[in-house]
Design a protein around this ligand. Sequence first.
Ligand SMILES: [Zn+2]
Length: 342
Amino acid sequence: MIGKARGYLTTLRKWQRSGKKKGKPAIPTASNHPTLYAGTFTLELDALDLRKSFIRLKVYTGSEWVWVHYPTLYNRYFGRRRVEPGWETESPKLILGKQSATIHCLQSKTITAKKIVESKRDPDLVTVAVDLNVKQLAVITVRQHGVIKETRFVSDQGLDQHRYQHLGRVAKKQGQSGRAVKGERSNQQLWAHVRQQNVDSAHQTARAIVEVCETYPGCVLVFERLRKIKASGGSKSKRLNRKQANQLKGKINQLAKEKAYAIGVVSVEVNPHGTSQYCARCGCKGVRFTYQAGQRVTGKGGKLFACSACHYECHADFNASVNVHHSFFREFHWQPRAQKSG
Ligand SMILES: [Zn+2]
């Protein structure tokens, strides 16, 4: 950090002396974040009131090096990992943004876990499958000996609708001014709110998934490989909302894997092909439907699933979640051959 800052200041002074207008040296940016090695920083996070924590940085004022205290804010997950045994905090990195600076601390933990191939041979293996959706954020099913032992639905508790309304306001504002007004406060606040809700929701859902895993030691967590769904069609707010929903899925997926790994549970991704179209009971193709005023309405967006061969009917997301297990064990004809484990 000292080197980078020193280098920057030297080039800046040279540039100032040269009297040129063009070519003002850029401050160290995202591409060259300084790493703060021991001796240049101290993290004073062990204070009793965690909200009052601060970081001490050695900074160059232009004439001398001084220690300066900067108050810091950090999320509770970071704080929790700091006190949990086994976690190591690596040298923090200083990330300079346009209006703020953040300190990134990579936290790491050494984990011992079984390999997927080894686990797959175990006849008593428990698989925990997750189907990620929009309104039912996650449908978690637990299977052992070919039987579903437990099912858990994690609802978004109205988040999708709530976000849609916010994004409607964002879209309206952008429409009025032709384009997004740079630095406009209220839109920024709306976005920050939407993002924060997504992050909270992702952590909650990931925690729910890992809680299930925790009750089955040695289980394997199975996800579908996430598809890139283009957020096209519909109104602007609808498209923005789809995009946020997709990002939320990705975040849940990532966090659940990380949290699971931290408790020694390995995750695997399976091909998503067919999981929502085929019957989890007999493997035949089925249809999605919903009830509207007591009438069965068949359609792609239907919440329910019906099999035309065995007449099995269930919640469509539950059907998909059970199919994730089938996909992992490659039990049905529609299952793709090649799978990558990770
Ligand atoms: Zn069937």
